[in-house]
Design a protein around this ligand. Structure first.
Ligand SMILES: Nc1nc2c(c(=O)[nH]1)N[C@H]1C(S)=C(S)[C@@H](COP(=O)(O)OP(=O)(O)OC[C@H]3O[C@@H](n4cnc5c(=O)[nH]c(N)nc54)[C@H](O)[C@@H]3O)O[C@H]1N2
Ligand SMILES: Nc1nc2c(c(=O)[nH]1)N[C@H]1C(S)=C(S)[C@@H](COP(=O)(O)OP(=O)(O)OC[C@H]3O[C@@H](n4cnc5c(=O)[nH]c(N)nc54)[C@H](O)[C@@H]3O)O[C@H]1N2
Ligand SMILES: [Mo]
Length: 761
């Protein structure tokens, strides 16, 4: 595009001075306590604090500063000196109904929650309640409700110890209704990747990053969502490796980077160019792009074979370790370039150039994020990435493999220790043996089931261990009604958020200490553990004074709810466990001995200890015992047809948010400042539709299910995007997504290919 440079975009590289400025701005806005700076020094180091932001791993060879702009923002945001006290709720204009008028940023900006609160329907206000009363009342409601109608949600933040006990609470209570935030993000990995290579998680380790020759980088935004990854990307470039990126949006972190941890680079402004090739694939066009890459590789191999030259494909690997290659190869040879071009939005020349990098690289890592997982056929995206990497045996050897970039800091670990709605994922016999009760064997609710259960009134009680589910799920308006119609809502939270403002008949906010704070129990200050994206488990110890003397730890709150809601069982020693989290780790080890042997000793290892991964050893825990090569039944990952006036909406995170926590309104990487109420759109699409850059428009959900979904007041921003793809911010756009618009296999909401229309306002 010739008008490229005039369109809004970052003024500088990722990292660099901009990242320091970003941190300083949050430092000011969050009014962080002075000790927060000490916390930052200890971030991601042994005997320190594992970052509460994303799940990027911690290097064993750590540097003086092992945190990034967004990790710092997360720490500063929770270290605020602002407090949301009972007095706040008593003030004029602060009824629950009135507070709903506030923006997400302003709700959390009220500061840390300080006291347990109960909703009082007569005054429409939250009022203080003692912990004892709160637990007794919650226990009473939980006992009265039908066991199958209560849901125990977890946002992937709480440590392994609290999470293990939370899952135990649900099962001892009587159900497997344990949906988790990963149901909305990497469930596609948990189910889709598992189906084809037998592992629900990534296969690479930190060492692999140092050994690879190339990253093929699909739909993940490291500059914003995993900034510490930028150092590994830079290292690869310094070693002469290649990065090939597929993303409809030009994300600055994938364009260039100045290392903020290098004084010299900072002073000289030395930028590292990150992507050697940047392919602006259409939203949902990765299936076609990957098929095209495979086509080039397979045809190059055909030619090599015909000419008696060395093979391009690793036939030995395919034969020994995979199923279905021949059928897929025929499919690729037959694939029509014109169709691949239309579906991917990329030219044959561009795709051939990308495939050439793959052919020339000895070791390749496939990286991906929400850009592949959050589609109606997200699992197909992953299956195609598996095909692609398998062609040259790029899995189960050093410097090669799959690198899904996980979200919340312990999202993967919570699954490991039993927060799973599928009964088959949990060693129920072990639970029976350890605790002497019969755990339920029927599968529980996934997030999508729970949301549908809220719509139709089946779900009557919800406990939330962190998170902000009302704001995070699709179909916001229906969700608000459904959530508020419950008998019981219990939110274990650090800050006020929208989910609190749709209280059930009996509603409680239970405030907890955060990871950076001291967790003083009978046995002293407690250590907790988390698991990162690379299956490394590390200890973390908070040292700051808790935000209020009235806070309890997540683990203690879970234990107290359990005591109040469950019939007594001498094997469930909630008080002992609360006094010493080491005992809970012993239980985790007893339940999952292969993963957690030597847990209490190994957890302090620099960089954490590795839980292991069979696919890395080329052991395929699939139905057939081999990796599956999938022949696609379609060439895109969206669940609707293109039609006149219909666009593919992708929902994005800005550089100034962590999920529904909105730090501010500066998306400096995308050049969008001061507002989140925008719709980014290709200038030619704007002109063709008869709109103008800067015009205020309304987005309309185009789901064909008869439900009206609208979001008005958005400003059109002419933006470098493929034709037909438009972009807006999450969570604002969630009102536009139908709850049943999700990945067919794993039910992950399809937040990256939402059918929409645009109307003038
Ligand atoms: N600072 C910060 N860090 C975070 C978070 C946060 O909100 N803020 N959230 C955390 C969580 S829970 C998660 S899950 C991760 C999310 O981290 P990411 O996986 O990076 O998630 P997103 O920002 O939603 O979008 C990913 C990228 O996909 C691209 N994309 C959209 N559609 C397509 C497509 O069809 N094809 C391709 N190839 N690309 C596409 C978008 O342009 C975007 O660059 O980050 C975690 N880290
Ligand atoms: N349209 C669209 N929707 C999406 C996505 C998208 O890309 N597009 N992404 C999806 C993804 S990947 C995810 S993971 C979900 C996120 O969904 P959630 O995990 O449910 O939401 P968060 O915004 O991370 O939760 C923020 C709240 O967590 C609480 N909190 C913060 N720290 C702590 C703590 O230490 N302990 C406790 N107990 N509570 C704490 C605070 O009260 C805060 O308000 O959203 C999903 N929704
Ligand atoms: Mo996520």
């Amino acid at each position: 595009m010739s008008d490229k440079d005039e369109l809004p975009h970052s003024e500088g590289p990722a990292g660099g001075w901009g990242s320091l400025e970003g941190m300083t701005r949050v430092l000011g806005k969050a009014r962080a306590e002075p000790q927060a700076l000490d916390t930052l020094r200890k971030l991601n180091k042994p005997k320190g604090i594992m970052c509460p932001s994303c799940a990027w791993p911690k290097p064993a060879n750590y540097k003086a500063f092992e945190f990034c702009e967004n990790g710092a923002k997360a720490v500063l945001w929770e270290s605020t000196s602002d407090r949301c006290t009972p007095d706040f709720f008593a003030q004029e204009g602060h009824t629950v109904t009135e507070l709903r008028e506030r923006r997400d940023h302003d709700l959390e900006k009220t500061g840390r929650l300080t006291h347990p609160l109960r909703y009082d329907a007569d005054t429409d206000r939250y009022v203080p309640v003692s912990w004892d009363e709160a637990f007794a009342q919650i226990g009473e409601r939980l006992k009265a409700l039908p066991k199958k109608d209560v849901v125990f949600y977890a946002s992937g933040h709480a440590g392994l110890e609290a999470s293990y006990l939370y899952a135990l609470l649900a099962r001892a209570y009587g159900n497997n209704n344990l949906p988790q935030s990963s149901n909305m993000c990497h469930e596609t990995t948990s189910v889709g990747l598992k189906k084809v290579i037998g592992t629900p998680v990534g296969t690479v380790t930190f060492d692999d990053l140092d050994m690879t020759d190339a990253y093929f980088y699909f739909g993940q935004n490291p500059g914003t969502n995993s900034p510490r990854f930028l150092h590994n990307l830079k290292n690869l470039k310094d070693r002469g490796g290649k990065i090939v990126t597929f993303n409809p949006v030009i994300e600055q972190g994938l364009v260039s980077f100045v290392n903020p941890q290098s004084p010299l680079d900072m002073l000289t402004g030395k930028e590292t160019k990150i992507s050697d090739q940047y392919h602006q694939v259409r939203a949902g066009g990765d299936v076609a792009a990957l098929v095209a890459l495979c086509k080039v590789v397979i045809e190059a191999d055909d030619t090599a074979t015909a000419e008696g030259k060395p093979q391009v494909i690793d036939h030995q690997f395919l034969q020994e370790h995979t199923n279905g290659f021949e059928e897929f190869a025929v499919f690729c040879r037959d694939a029509d370039w014109a169709e691949l071009k239309t579906e991917s939005g990329l030219t044959e020349a561009a795709l051939r150039e990308a495939a050439q990098v793959y052919i020339e690289a000895e070791r390749v890592i496939g990286v991906y994020g929400m850009g592949l997982t959050q589609h109606t056929h997200g699992s197909l995206n992953l299956a195609m990435l598996v095909n692609f990497l398998c062609l040259r045996g790029n899995v189960g050897r050093e410097g090669a493999g799959f690198c899904p970039v996980r979200g919340h800091s312990n999202v993967q670990g919570q699954r490991t220790v039993g927060i799973a709605e599928k009964a088959s994922l949990v060693p129920l016999d072990k639970l029976r043996e350890l605790f002497g009760f019969d755990p339920p064997t029927e599968d529980g609710m996934h997030i999508v089931d729970a949301v549908e259960g809220l719509f139709d009134g089946r779900v009557k009680g919800f406990v939330s261990l962190g998170g902000n589910l009302v704001r995070a799920v699709p179909d916001q308006e229906r969700m608000e009604k459904g959530w508020a119609s419950q008998d019981l809502t219990v939110c274990i939270s650090t800050k006020l958020n929208r989910s609190h403002l749709f209280p059930g008949k009996h509603a409680y906010i239970l405030p907890c200490i955060s990871r950076t704070e001291r967790d003083e129990q009978k046995g002293g200050n407690q250590t907790i553990t988390t698991e990162d994206s690379f299956s490394m488990i590390s200890a973390t110890i908070g040292r700051r004074e808790p935000a209020s003397p009235h806070l309890k730890s997540e683990l203690e709150i879970v234990a107290e709810i359990a005591k109040a809601a469950l019939d007594p069982n001498p094997n469930l020693k909630w008080d002992e466990w609360t006094g010493d989290y080491g005992l809970v780790r012993d239980l985790i080890e007893a339940t999952y001995p292969d993963d957690f042997h030597g847990y209490n000793q190994r957890m302090y290892q620099a960089g954490g200890f590795y839980r292991g991964n069979p696919a890395r050893e080329r052991i395929w825990k699939t139905e057939s015992g081999k990796a599956e090569i999938t022949t696609p039944e379609r060439l895109n990952s969206i669940g609707f047809d293109d039609r006149e006036g219909r666009y593919r909406l992708i929902t994005l995170r800005s550089n100034d948010q962590f999920n529904t926590t909105i730090y501010g309104y500066h998306d400096r990487f995308r050049g969008i400042e001061g507002t989140r109420d925008v719709l980014m759109m290709n200038p030619k699409d704007i002109a063709e539709a008869g709109f103008k850059d800067g015009q205020i428009i309304r987005l309309v959900g185009d789901a064909d299910d008869g439900v009206e979904r609208k979001l008005g007041g958005l400003k059109l921003v002419a933006y470098r995007l493929p034709r037909g793809t438009v972009a807006g911010y999450y969570p604002e756009c969630n009102v536009l997504i139908a709850a049943n618009h999700h990945d067919r296999l794993s039910k992950t909401p399809a937040s990256k290919s939402i059918p929409v229309r645009i109307e003038a306002e």
